[in-house]
Design a protein around this ligand. Structure first.
Ligand SMILES: [Zn+2]
Length: 290
């Protein structure tokens, strides 16, 4: 199988589960054909570590942002705190890091999570909207998290003051259920707004029917691949060549990305080299400066 040098469009290399062996993890990924990594921060506490990984590895692009599962502490420290808010710091870090690395740092992982409990929807939405305004102002790509919240995410992305160059709905497999009936989002409309869809090892799992179906129907020119490592491990759908799985237990690695590509070519019934070439084009469009 030929690989064109795949990009893992969404992972978390700064996660403490990689602390002891990140160089080996990167080497395994590169040996498997993954040569670029989009490393997503989650909260101010991991922004510095995420940037440091991008300094250490020339093929890592950092995205910085505040994930909806980590907005709660902000309730106690509002945006207009006198010592400068998380949002001011985010803007400053994005500008400075982009300059230092000579590449445009994006904003992520951000979005809405209607699954986490307890949760504060109003706070999640205001934090999300603030970051979308920052992305609009700086003209940056956005990495989106949406769990059981796609309708609201699309609604907020459609607001008049939000205008993103591109955005990526990560770990995609989403539909909305209304009255017990599955309603698929309008993929063409999302694509027209600048949306891309990235698929993870979830499509290897036969019971993930919605993700597998979504992978066959989203516009081909908007498809990207990811691991979400160390999360979203393949579990029971371990590919044959996934030799490290048992050693590290329930941890995913970017080296899974070629297996996601292989499954996608089966689902879409396309020659793998042709699909890999399309995905390489999609990557080139999404990450313009790479
Ligand atoms: Zn993630």
């Amino acid at each position: 199988m030929t690989h064109f040098g795949l990009t893992d469009c969404h992972c978390h290399l700064q996660d403490s589960r990689f602390d002891s062996d990140l160089p080996e993890v990167m080497e395994r990924a590169e040996r498997a054909g993954v040569c670029r990594f989009v490393c997503n921060a989650s909260a101010p506490s991991d922004w510095d570590k995420t940037v440091q990984i991008a300094r250490d590895y020339h093929n890592v692009l950092p995205y910085l942002g505040l994930h909806p599962m980590y907005v709660e502490p902000l309730a106690a420290s509002p945006c207009d705190a006198p010592d400068g808010s998380w949002l001011d710091r985010l803007e400053e870090m994005i500008i400075n890091t982009s300059r230092e690395l000579a590449q445009p740092v994006g904003i992520g992982e951000i979005g809405l999570d209607h699954y986490v409990m307890p949760r504060n929807d109003a706070l999640q939405e205001s934090v999300f909207h603030e970051q979308l305004l920052l992305a609009t102002r700086l003209g940056r790509a956005v990495m989106l998290h949406s769990r059981h919240a796609l309708d609201r995410v699309i609604k907020i992305l459609s607001e008049k003051d939000v205008e993103l160059p591109v955005f990526l709905l990560h770990g995609f497999g989403s539909s909305t259920e209304r009255g017990g009936r599955i309603v698929w989002p309008d993929y063409r409309r999302i694509a027209a707004m600048g949306g891309y869809f990235s698929f993870s090892a979830n499509i290897l799992k036969t019971h993930h029917k919605k993700a597998r179906l979504a992978a066959t129907i989203v516009p081909l020119d908007r498809v990207l691949l990811e691991s979400d490592a160390p999360d979203m491990p393949p579990n029971e759908a371990v590919p044959e060549n996934w030799v490290n799985y048992t050693k590290y237990g329930n941890r995913n690695e970017p080296a899974i990305v070629p297996a996601v590509l292989a499954e996608l070519y089966k689902l879409r019934n396309m020659p793998v080299d042709e699909l890999a070439a399309v995905i390489a084009d999609n990557e080139a469009t999404f990450f313009k400066k790479w």
